[in-house]
Structure formats: structure tokens, C-alpha cells
Design a protein around this ligand. Structure first.
Ligand code: GLN
Length: 382
């Protein structure tokens, strides 16, 4: 008999992304569930990886990341957001955004610390807080899926250690604007509350709006881990590459954990990304590229019995299915996959306490035009 185990995460199962992608594969369904592109990466980028391997860049990278990549990152954020981060002490390359979030929480959350999470929230936030002895405090976006500053303010207590933000928001598809950021600045002023700002969809902001980064607000920047993902920028989610920016004191603590967790991220990919990031054209075309897909998805859904909600950013479109069914969302998403050959993500797993009676699915539109058209045809038949 194996020794009895006491789970550190007794209430956690397998992520909904894994569940739905597996079901989609088993059913041969079009997979608009887990968020990943179905189109290839830029060939110049894959050539750069190959060239880096051939040039012998196959051993450990420096622990904080390759200097040339940290420099390219610092140049990019300065160019886009006018934010200066010191490449030596304030930029760290990670094995993806999720690892950056995990490590930041590991570095600063102590037993009993409260961390405010805005539901629906990306599904790694609360379990990671709990793993390090923190207490997730859940507040909700408003019914319109927008940030509710009053709800967050009301959740702050003397034990609040951190606020976790996400803009553009996954799964909601809404963004934070300057007015939201100003309210966040005001509510954190004079407190010891840290900020974790998950900005992995920074380039996927539509309709000419600007990404409001925590970096742009000095009073947020001084207390923030800001998390980014190369997977989202260069259509390579499987590379598991990202980075985190933070002021030196926070970054020192981050690196103490990072060095004993992953130590350093993939070397040849870092060489390739450093080179590719140097040309702003490689990320400047992203809003237009994805807006075209967003439009195709929203317009297509309007012709169906689904009701699309506003999508201001990210590569996710929410849609209400209450005109089709009153089933709860996990059951409906599974049945849609099996019976109609379309997989999407139900929203309830992103809530601590799912709102009763809301019937919403999340569709990923980071797909080729043909994939979207085929999917929309099936959705219109439901
Ligand atoms: N970020 C992706 C999504 O939201 C999923 C990543 C994962 O499967 N862990 O769909």
C-alpha cells in the first residue's frame, strides 16, 4: 500500500483547457476551446531558432535570461509604454506567463496573506495563491464583464497582500482603461498591497484603443510584477516563453525562487526571440490581424442563436447561449463538442462561486479564416 497522501490542492481537478481539448480531439471537433493559434509561426522565427541551435547555443542561458533578449524587451516596453526597466535587475525571462505568475506568488505570498482575484479569473490564480498558504479573496467583474472598482475596494482588508489584475481579460475579453487604472492607483495609494498585472494579451486590443499597462502608472509600477508572454505575441504558445518586469526589490525576491524552480529558460528560443523582437513590425501588426478575426467571429455569431458579448481585447469571444439551452455550461459545452463538433470553454470554472443562471461559453478566435468559417457554420446550425 502506498503511504496516504494529504493533497495540497484537495479541490482542484484537471484544468478545463485540458478537459475540453482532449474531448475535442477524441470527437474530431473544431477546437475553439483552449486558447492557441492554429496557424504557423513566422518562418523567419523558426529559422532563427535553428540557426541558434546550429551556432551552438544549447547550454544554460544566464539565470535571469539572455542579456540580448532582456535588452530587446526593455527597448520594446520603453518604445511602447515609455517605461524604463533596468535590464540587469528588473527584467527576467520565464518559461511562460503561468510560470511567471507562479514564481511571483511563491516569492511574496506568506501564510494567511489575502490576494484579491477578480472572477471570472484565469484558472491558475487561486490554486497558486492557496498552494503558498495565501487566501484567495474573490470579487467579480460587473454583469457587463467590466472592472468593478467598488467591489475591489470593498474587499481590501489589513491582510490584503496583493491584487491580481488581467488586461486584456481572459476569459472576459474586456480591457481596463485609464479611468479604471486611476481608480486602482487611488485605492492602492498608501497601502502595502502589491500588484500582479497579467498583461499577456497586451497587443490584442481592438478598435483603436490603447493597452493601459500598469507600467504607465508610477504608483503601480513601483509595486507591480507585470507578466508577458511570447507565446501570445508570436503564435507559439507551445514554446512556453514569457517574461516578467518588476522593480528591483521585487525582482530580487522573484529571482530567489526562479533560480531554484526553472533556473533559466530555453536558450536557443531566447536567441531567436531577441532577434525577432528587435523589429517592431513583428508585433505592431497584431491588433489589426486579430481584430479581423474578432470581427469575423462576432459577426458570424450574430447570425446564430448565440449572443456575442462585447470583445475589446484578448483572443476570446464570449457568447450567451440562453436562447439555445438552459443546461449548465459544462454540460452544454461537452454536449456541443460531442453532438455538434465544436468545442468551447464553459465560464463557470473561472469562478469561485459561479453566478446562477448565466449561460456563457468562451470561443477562441485565434484561428485561420477557414477554421472560423467552418466553426461558425456549425454554430449557426445549433
Ligand atoms: N491560456 C490558454 C487559454 O486561456 C490556456 C493555457 C492552458 O491550457 N494552460 O485558453
Amino acid at each position: 500500500m502506498p503511504p496516504p497522501l494529504r493533497s495540497k490542492l484537495p479541490h482542484v481537478g484537471t484544468t478545463i483547457f485540458t478537459v475540453m481539448s482532449k474531448l475535442a480531439a477524441e470527437c474530431g471537433a473544431i477546437n475553439l476551446s483552449q486558447g492557441f493559434p492554429d496557424f504557423p509561426i513566422d518562418e523567419r522565427l523558426s529559422s532563427l531558432v535553428y540557426a541558434a541551435m546550429k551556432a551552438g547555443h544549447n547550454q544554460y542561458a544566464p539565470m535571469p535570461g539572455l542579456l540580448s533578449l532582456r535588452e530587446a524587451i526593455a527597448t520594446k516596453v520603453d518604445r511602447l509604454y515609455g517605461s524604463a526597466y533596468d535590464v540587469e535587475s528588473e527584467v527576467t525571462v520565464t518559461a511562460g506567463g503561468t510560470q511567471a505568475i507562479f514564481t511571483a506568488l511563491a516569492a511574496v505570498v506568506h501564510l494567511g496573506d489575502e490576494v484579491i482575484i477578480v472572477d471570472p479569473a484565469y484558472d491558475c490564480y487561486a490554486p497558486t495563491v492557496a498552494l503558498f498558504g495565501g487566501v484567495p479573496v474573490h470579487v467579480r467583474l460587473g454583469d457587463d464583464m467590466r472592472f468593478d472598482a467598488a467591489a475591489v475596494q470593498a474587499a481590501i482588508t489589513p491582510r490584503t497582500r496583493m491584487l491580481m489584475l488581467n488586461t486584456p481579460h481572459n476569459p472576459a475579453g474586456t480591457i481596463l482603461r485609464d479611468a479604471d487604472m486611476q481608480r486602482i492607483v487611488a485605492m492602492l495609494r498608501g497601502t502595502d498591497i502589491l500588484l500582479l498585472s497579467d498583461e499577456v494579451y497586451e497587443h490584442l486590443v481592438f478598435d483603436g484603443e490603447m493597452h493601459a499597462s500598469a507600467m504607465n502608472y508610477p504608483e503601480l509600477r513601483e509595486r507591480a510584477f507585470v507578466v508577458f508572454s511570447f507565446g501570445k505575441v508570436f503564435h507559439a504558445t507551445g514554446w512556453k516563453m514569457g517574461y516578467v518586469l518588476a522593480p528591483m526589490d521585487l525582482m530580487t525576491e522573484f529571482r530567489k525562487v526562479h533560480q531554484f524552480n526553472v533556473f533559466s529558460a530555453n536558450t536557443p528560443l531566447q536567441h531567436a526571440l531577441a532577434e525577432h523582437l528587435r523589429d517592431p513590425a513583428n508585433y505592431e501588426q497584431l491588433p489589426g490581424f486579430f481584430q479581423e478575426k474578432r470581427d469575423r467571429c462576432t459577426i458570424g455569431l450574430r447570425a446564430s442563436r448565440f449572443e456575442p458579448l462585447a470583445c475589446e481585447g484578448s483572443y476570446f469571444q464570449l457568447a450567451d447561449y440562453s436562447r439555445i439551452s438552459d443546461e449548465e455550461d459544462i454540460a452544454f459545452a461537452k454536449r456541443m463538442t460531442v453532438e455538434y463538433g465544436i468545442a468551447a470553454i464553459p465560464l463557470s470554472p473561472f469562478y469561485n462561486d459561479p453566478p446562477q443562471g448565466r449561460r456563457i461559453l468562451r470561443f477562441c478566435f485565434a484561428k485561420q479564416g477557414d477554421t472560423l468559417d467552418n466553426a461558425l457554420e456549425k454554430l449557426c446550425a445549433i
